[in-house]
Design a protein around this ligand. Structure first.
Ligand SMILES: [Zn+2]
Length: 74
């Protein structure tokens, strides 16, 4: 198995919007997600977009953390 960035795919990940709407999505993370816009308060918003946004955000955070760990090793 190749080691690298890998997340398990989780079903029914809870998403909480600031408008108090909550729903579930399938995502690569397993803890509750907070969003500022959802399909309830924004008609053009769909779940796919949220997933993409969250995954991108997680990826950035992950890479940031990895960078910190790498710089600490030096
Ligand atoms: Zn909302």
């Amino acid at each position: 198995m190749k080691k690298g960035i890998h997340w398990d795919y989780h079903q029914n990940v809870e998403v909480n919007c600031i408008c108090w709407v909550s729903f579930t999505i399938n995502a690569a993370i397993k803890w509750p997600i907070k969003v500022e816009t959802c399909y309830q308060c924004h008609p053009a918003f769909n779940k796919d977009r949220i997933i993409k946004k969250v995954v991108k955000w997680r990826m950035e955070k992950f890479l940031e953390k990895q960078k910190k760990i790498d710089s600490m090793k030096k």
